[in-house]
Design a protein around this ligand. Structure first.
Ligand code: PMP
Length: 435
């Protein structure tokens, strides 16, 4: 009997023993295509030789030094690489060890920023319903899944939620995308006014929603409108790119596709490529200056921030994903995946929508395609698809519907960026058979 408390108690998980490229092998010798890169993590596949070499080289130097005593070349190099790739206006980097830590740090940065500039009355955080921003208490409170938060209450009472930008479900048949975007922006503005424009601290959103909705991108102009409203009321805009960032949708930062610059961006998952746990917050000059000219201290920190081996892995991952052929492959293979899924499953009565960008694609499973009626969540259709896919040698990332039954089951695909055409076709075949 295992002594590990697994997330789902009592399930018999296969044992992963090896990984190579897009494949994972279990202890029975079965091979799986890692069609979701775990949870959109393994962006370069498993055992990438250049990343392994970079980590080994760092181990021969300094493998750990606490950041209250030392800085390291490798952490500084990584920060420089990230700032060089980010749009102008994101000028500094705070390194952490994962996605929840990144979101938590961004929220505390926002909070402290307003304290530093003498506006400590700004405490409210607005995020979107049906969102996921992590599992630590602050990130959990920010996330918009009522059922996830419920048993941990009271947690950060000053968190509020507005509608996500979810055209498949919420855009009216006769509505233009601009009108839909304007409607959502008006909803956000009404919430800000209700709370008091000078009491809201931040608006938090994923550019392309991953875990909870299954690769749902915004309609055109949505984020431009959001940016304008945040500016109007002096609210910080935090974009959570933990899942959709680092090249996943065909640009290094997802926000590049929205034509706006937020005040804070969180990244993780693909940053370490699964080789090391690492995340980061990119922040604007304005926030950095408030800290530097104010207390001179960001009142936050974890033992492993800027870990040299994690930084070495991430630095190499970033160097590799920025090669032009890498983003070209994400776009081409992403198009092939969408076309393959459309051809194999577009006519299925149970597949309501197939969507996404780059190598970030989602399918929404419905009981009735015309009415978009989801399956009863108790049937756990997403979990059945995951099992059927694994039996066929495919890992895909499933998500359940919500308790209120408004949203259906989803399947997310996020394979490594090194994937080849025949492997994309195998993903399509296996997933279609599983569904
Ligand atoms: N934000 C988003 C958008 C995520 O998808 C996730 C993880 N699924 C997190 C934050 C939390 O990241 P982690 O699991 O590394 O703490």
């Amino acid at each position: 009997m295992t002594k590990i408390l697994h997330r789902t108690i009592g399930t018999n998980l296969p044992k992963a023993v090896a990984g190579q490229g897009i494949y994972i092998t279990d202890s029975e010798g079965r091979s799986y295509i890692d069609g979701s890169g775990g949870a959109a993590v393994s962006c370069l596949g498993h055992n990438h030789p250049e990343v392994l070499d970079a980590m080994k080289a760092q181990m021969g130097g300094i493998s750990y030094a606490h950041t209250s005593f030392f800085t390291t070349d490798i952490a500084e190099q990584l920060a420089e690489q990230l700032v060089a790739l980010a749009p102008e206006g994101l000028d500094y980097v705070y390194l952490v060890s994962g996605g929840s830590e990144a979101v938590e740090a961004a929220l505390k940065m926002a909070r402290q920023y307003y304290v530093e500039i003498g506006e400590s009355r700004r405490r409210h955080i607005i995020a979107r319903r049906q969102s996921y921003h992590g599992n630590t208490i602050g990130a959990l409170a920010t996330g918009g899944n009522a059922w996830r938060r419920e048993q941990f209450k009271p947690i950060l009472p000053e968190t509020h939620h507005v509608s996500p930008c979810y055209a498949y479900r919420d855009m009216q048949a006769c509505e233009a995308p601009e009108t839909y975007a304007a409607r959502l922006a008006a909803e956000l503005e009404a919430k800000i006014v209700e709370l008091g424009g000078d009491k809201v601290m931040a608006f938090v959103a994923e550019p392309v929603v991953g875990a909870t909705l299954g690769a749902v991108g915004p309609v055109a102009d949505y984020f431009k409108r959001i940016r304008k409203i945040c500016d109007k009321y002096g609210i910080l805009l935090i974009l959570d790119e933990v899942m959709c960032g680092m090249g996943r949708i065909g640009t290094i930062f997802a926000l590049e596709q929205e034509g706006i610059v937020p005040d804070l961006v969180t990244i993780a998952k693909g940053l370490g490529g699964g080789f090391q746990p690492i995340g980061a917050v990119l922040l604007s000059e304005k926030i950095y200056r408030a800290f530097a000219e104010g207390s001179g201290l960001f009142q936050h920190g974890h033992t492993y921030i800027g870990h040299p081996i994690a930084a070495a892995a991430a630095s190499k991952v970033v160097e590799i994903i920025k090669r032009p052929e890498m983003m070209a492959n994400v776009i081409n293979m992403g198009d092939r995946l969408q076309a393959g899924l459309d051809a194999a499953l577009g006519q299925s009565p149970y597949v309501g929508d197939i969507r996404g960008r780059g190598l970030f694609r989602g399918l929404e499973i419905v009981a009735d395609k015309d009415t978009k009626q989801p399956f009863d969540p108790a049937r756990k259709i997403h979990a059945k698809i995951k099992r059927e896919a694994m039996q066929r040698g495919l890992i895909c990332y499933p998500m359940g519907g919500t308790i209120d039954g408004k949203f259906g089951d989803h399947v997310l695909l996020a394979p490594p960026y090194i994937i080849q055409p025949d492997q994309i076709d195998m993903i399509v075949d296996r997933l279609a058979a599983a569904i």
